[in-house]
Ligand binder design. Structure first.
Ligand SMILES: *Cc1c(COP(=O)(O)O)cnc(C)c1O
Length: 385
């Protein structure tokens, strides 16, 4: 491959399709699949991922916001799209015009829709497709039982509002082996469905399951599951991976993303030389350094200073000293082959049998694999390979 960029992300089309097919056979055929592609598809590239997923059996796309939804529409995605996050009220018209569904959990949004339809004759024949978001115990976005009844009354006054879905989200499903809280949330959700039914409402789409629930708990499926992190070949947590094994619900997930760069400079330094800002690390022997043109701006976390590892010629090379804004330095002394400028470096991914996983980076910087991939700067090019 010609090197046009100093650092880039590679997306494996084959692995993405593999994961989607694995889930397609893991869940019953009558259950729809939502590909959650919010936050630049967890760093993988929104449009790149959506174009591949659209050709698989994906019925919905889940995004965080209206701008992501419009980007999907502009790139030719015709499928149903649900905004999972917040929509500023003055952007609700974009959703209505572009047939983009969104979550609703308060009266303010309903009132904004009422005035939108009242003042825009052009939208009179359009629909606002909403998914009621139920508060079942996560105490994030959502509406409780009693308030739900009142909200429905307001909604029913506006003929252009179509209640297309109802959903909730679990608080404690990745981080524990005790799933009693998730079971309580599921019960709360069933109660909310009863409230809706009592008002004569039975939305066509009911959904609660994120990746961990999809992997472990068929009771949470209803007729749509929202698949995020696992679609990208990453386990929601080590806990979920172990439980899946125990419950014989194991899936063979294949990571989709690799992050690469090239060597910008090679140099020899004497034993005891300090490396980088603050002179925080000195080499313990005469050493060969490789300067890499990637830093924390790119998403290579500064917490990887003196502890990150990258792959060069199938060997792990340690980061020396602090990660800079746009560069870092690694120790290549132990590589037997003669290295050259512009040789390939894998920051995240595998070379033959050795790998640097999102999980290993996450544990070094005290976070989760989700954050490691999601924070790779969206301005870096994504290549589908
Ligand atoms: C992000 C998100 C998901 C996907 O979660 P994963 O754990 O990545 O599968 C599902 N539902 C909602 C509401 C989300 O915000």
């Amino acid at each position: 491959m010609e090197i046009l960029s100093k650092t880039w992300v590679e997306i494996s089309k084959r692995n993405l399709i593999h994961n989607l097919e694995a889930f397609r056979s893991h869940i019953p055929s009558q259950v729809g699949m939502m590909a959650v592609v919010k936050s630049n598809a967890y760093g993988h590239g929104l449009v790149e991922v959506a174009r591949i997923a659209a050709l698989q059996k994906v019925t919905w796309f889940g995004v965080d916001n209206v701008d992501e939804a419009l980007q999907l529409r502009r790139s030719g995605i015709k499928s149903a799209i649900l905004i999972l996050g917040y929509t500023p009220h003055h952007r609700l018209q974009d959703c209505v015009k572009q047939n983009i569904s969104f979550v609703v959990y308060n009266r303010e949004t309903v009132f904004s829709l009422r005035s939108l339809f009242a003042r825009s004759p052009a939208l009179q024949k359009k629909q606002a497709r909403i998914h009621l978001k139920i508060e079942t115990g996560t105490h994030r976005q959502g509406i409780h039982g009693l308030a739900l009844q009142q909200l429905i009354k307001e909604i029913q006054k506006i003929p252009q509002i179509y209640i297309e879905g109802v959903s909730t989200h679990y608080a404690n499903i990745e981080d524990t082996e005790n799933h009693s809280y998730a079971e309580r949330q599921l019960k709360e959700f069933h109660l909310a469905l009863q409230i809706l039914r009592a008002e004569g409402i039975d939305p066509p789409w009911k959904h609660t399951a994120c990746s961990a629930a999809v992997i472990l708990f068929p009771d949470t499926y209803f007729n749509l599951v929202r698949l995020g992190v696992a679609m990208y070949g990453l386990w929601p947590s080590e806990n979920v991976r172990l439980l899946a094994q125990q419950k014989k619900r194991h899936l063979n997930l294949k990571p989709v993303l690799q992050w690469k760069t090239i060597i910008a400079q090679l140099k020899r330094v004497k034993k005891g030389s300090p490396i980088g800002y603050g002179l925080t690390e000195r080499v313990s022997r005469d050493s060969i350094l490789a300067v890499l043109p990637v830093g924390y701006w790119d998403g290579y976390d500064r917490g990887l200073s003196s502890c990150g590892t990258v792959l060069i010629r199938e060997r792990l090379c340690k980061v020396l000293g602090r990660v800079f804004m746009n560069m870092c330095v690694v120790d290549v002394t132990d590589i037997p082959q003669q290295l050259r400028v512009e040789d390939a470096v894998t920051l995240l991914g595998t070379q033959k049998t050795v790998g640097v996983s999102a999980e290993s980076i996450a544990s070094k910087i005290g976070t989760i694999n989700y954050e490691v991939v999601t924070r790779i700067n969206p301005l870096l090019p994504r290549f589908v390979v």
